[in-house]
Design a protein. Structure first.
Length: 116
């Protein structure tokens, strides 16, 4: 495993762990459960990352995040559920992070080349 994959997996796991102390609704209480696949999770993660970078303040990011999640029809809990659902499969989490990393690298490279 290369360094970027390990760091990505650790990042995703840390992100998931941050929500572990919060009470989660019982699965039967949630009728609107959205099951994310790797690509959709990656799309969301990348958009949220860009929103965090572009936001002027925490309230600005919160509004951007709310709009992104609403557009995708998901909640914070749906994102956590993806990580929790795949937490037993480190390979899946690494593949997810790898997908995110590759896509970010491509777009970052495209931005860098237009700046020159």
């Amino acid at each position: 495993m290369n360094k970027h994959r390990i760091l990505l997996a650790i990042g995703i796991l840390a992100w998931a762990a941050a929500g572990c102390g919060k009470p989660h609704p019982a699965p039967e209480a949630r009728r609107d459960v959205v099951v994310l696949d790797r690509n959709r999770f990656a799309d969301l993660f990348i958009e949220l990352r860009r929103a965090a970078i572009d936001a002027d303040s925490a309230p600005d990011f919160a509004e951007r995040k709310r709009a992104i999640l609403e557009r995708y029809g998901v909640t914070d809990q749906d994102l956590l559920d993806y990580v929790e659902r795949n937490s037993g499969d480190l390979g899946e989490l690494v593949a997810t992070w790898d997908s995110i990393y590759r896509r970010l690298s491509r777009t970052d490279s495209a931005v860098d080349s237009t700046d020159q």
